[in-house]
Design a protein around this ligand. Structure first.
Ligand code: COA
Length: 376
C-alpha cells in the first residue's frame, strides 16, 4: 500500500510558495499590497496606481502613471472579429462565461503574448484595459443598445461604469468604484489566483492563466457572495424582519452570505472601508435602505453567531446603488482582480516551479484484469 500521509483538505494552511505581492494578517485584520496598507491605498491612491504597484512592485511617479493611463485608454478597443464573436453568443448567457470565452478568444489576436515564456506586463495591461469593454459590449447587446464605443480618456473605474451603464458617472460614483477596484485587486493565494499560477507554472501563457482564473472565480464559493447578499436583503425587505430571517436561516444551518472568512478572524479590513462608501453613496443618492438593513444584519449575525463581515457584505450594496445588475457583480470583481492575477502570473515566471501536489490514494490495488467480453 502507498505510504499514508496527512491530507490538508482544500490545501488549508498549506504554504505553497513565496510571494512579494500580497500579505494578509488575519488576526489583526490587515491587508498589504507590496508593502502598502490597503487603507492608505484606498484613501489616497487610484486603481491605476495599485495595478502598477502590483506589477512593478513600486508606486508609479507622475510620468509613469500618466503613461499607464494613456496605455489603458489605447488598449480598450477589441479586435473587430472578437466583437462579432461576442455578438453571436447567446444574450441569456452568464456574463462570466462570456468573459472567459472572450479572454480566451482575445489570445488568438495577440500571438506575441501567447508564445511560451513571452508573456509580459504589456499583456497584463491589455487584459486589464479590455475587460470593461467586453462586459460593456455584452451588456449593451443584451439590452438591444448599439455597440460600445470605448472611451480613451476615462479612468478605469469611470470607464467600467460608463461601459456598463451607458452614461458618464459622477466623481463620487467613479470614486466609489475606484475604491472597490483597489480593494478587490489582489488577495494572496485565493482560489482563482492559485488557478492562474498553476496554469502559469506549466509555462503556459498569461491569457491561458487568466482564462483559468475567470473560470475559477465564477464558482459561487469564490466570486458571487455579494450577489447573494443582495438577494438576502431583498428577501428581508424591512429592518424589522432581519432578526426573524437570520434566526430562521441559522436554525436551518444555512450560511449568511457576506460573513465569515477563511483567513480573517476579525473584521475584513475591506468591509470596514466599503461600509463607509456604502453610507456615503447612500447619502448622496438619498437612499440608505441597503445601508440600514446591512447595519441591522451585522448586529444580529454578530450577536447570534459571532461572525464578522467580509468584503462581500457591502460591495453589492454599492454596485446596486450605482445601477449595476446583480449578474455583473462577479465580472466587475474580475475586472479588478485581473491586475492581481497577472501580477502573480508574472511573479510565477520569475521563480518557476511546476505546481503539482500529490494525492493520497484511497482506491483499490491489484485488481485482476478481466477482458471486455467476460465483464458483467
Ligand atoms: N454563516 C453562518 N455560519 C457560518 C458562516 C456564515 N457566513 N461562516 C462560517 N460559519 C460557521 C460555520 O457554519 C461553522 O460553524 P460550526 O462550527 O458551528 O459548524 C464555523 O462558522 C466555521 O465555518 P468554516 O466553514 O469552517 O469556516 P471557513 O473558514 O472554511 O469558511 C467561508 C469561510 C468564507 C467559506 C464561510 O465563512 C462562508 O461560507 N461565508 C459565506 C460566504 C461568503 O460570504 N463568501 C465570501 C468570502 S470573501
Amino acid at each position: 500500500m502507498p505510504e499514508s500521509s496527512a491530507v490538508q483538505r482544500g490545501l488549508q494552511d498549506v504554504v505553497a510558495l513565496e510571494s512579494r505581492i500580497c500579505f494578509i494578517d488575519g488576526k489583526l485584520g490587515r491587508l498589504i499590497y507590496q508593502g502598502y496598507d490597503i487603507r492608505d491605498l484606498a484613501a489616497r491612491s487610484t486603481f491605476e496606481e495599485v495595478a502598477y504597484l502590483l506589477w512593478y512592485g513600486r508606486l508609479p511617479n507622475a510620468e509613469q502613471l500618466a503613461d499607464l493611463k494613456s496605455r489603458f485608454g489605447q488598449l480598450r478597443v477589441l479586435p473587430e472579429p472578437l466583437v462579432e464573436l461576442i455578438d453571436q453568443l447567446p444574450v441569456e448567457a452568464n456574463p462570466m462565461d462570456i468573459l472567459r470565452t472572450a479572454v480566451s478568444a482575445l489570445a488568438l489576436f495577440e500571438p506575441e503574448e501567447t508564445k511560451p515564456g513571452a508573456s509580459s506586463i504589456g499583456g497584463a495591461q491589455r487584459l486589464t484595459a479590455v475587460l470593461p469593454t467586453i462586459l460593456g459590449h455584452f451588456h449593451r447587446r443584451r439590452r438591444g443598445l448599439p455597440a460600445l464605443k470605448p472611451h480613451p480618456e476615462l479612468s478605469q473605474a469611470a470607464y467600467l461604469l460608463y461601459a456598463i451603464l451607458d452614461s458618464t458617472p459622477t466623481e463620487l460614483e467613479a470614486k466609489a468604484v475606484d475604491v472597490a477596484l483597489i480593494l478587490h485587486a489582489d488577495h494572496e493565494l485565493n482560489a482563482s489566483t492559485f488557478a492562474a499560477r498553476v496554469t502559469a507554472s506549466t509555462l503556459s501563457d498569461l491569457y491561458s492563466s487568466v482564462t483559468s482564473a475567470v473560470g475559477t472565480l465564477k464558482g459561487p464559493l469564490h466570486g458571487g457572495a455579494n450577489e447573494r447578499v443582495m438577494e438576502l436583503l431583498d428577501e428581508i425587505g424591512t429592518p424589522h424582519r432581519v432578526e426573524e430571517v437570520v434566526k430562521a436561516k441559522l436554525l436551518r444551518h444555512e450560511r449568511i452570505m457576506g460573513f465569515g472568512h477563511r483567513v480573517y478572524k476579525v473584521e475584513d479590513p475591506r468591509a470596514t472601508i466599503l461600509r463607509d462608501w456604502s453610507r456615503r453613496l447612500g447619502e448622496a443618492k438619498g437612499d440608505l435602505h441597503y445601508f440600514e438593513l446591512l447595519g441591522q444584519l451585522e448586529e444580529v449575525v454578530h450577536r447570534e453567531k459571532g461572525l464578522y463581515p467580509n468584503v462581500d457584505l457591502y460591495s453589492g450594496s454599492i454596485y446596486g446603488l450605482l445601477g449595476i445588475p446583480n449578474d455583473l457583480f462577479t465580472p466587475v470583481f474580475a475586472a479588478s482582480r485581473v491586475a492581481g492575477w497577472t501580477a502573480h502570473v508574472l511573479e510565477e515566471y520569475q521563480d518557476l516551479r511546476l505546481i503539482r501536489p500529490t494525492a493520497k490514494y484511497v482506491g483499490a490495488l491489484d485488481l485482476p484484469y478481466v477482458p471486455v467480453g467476460q465483464r458483467v
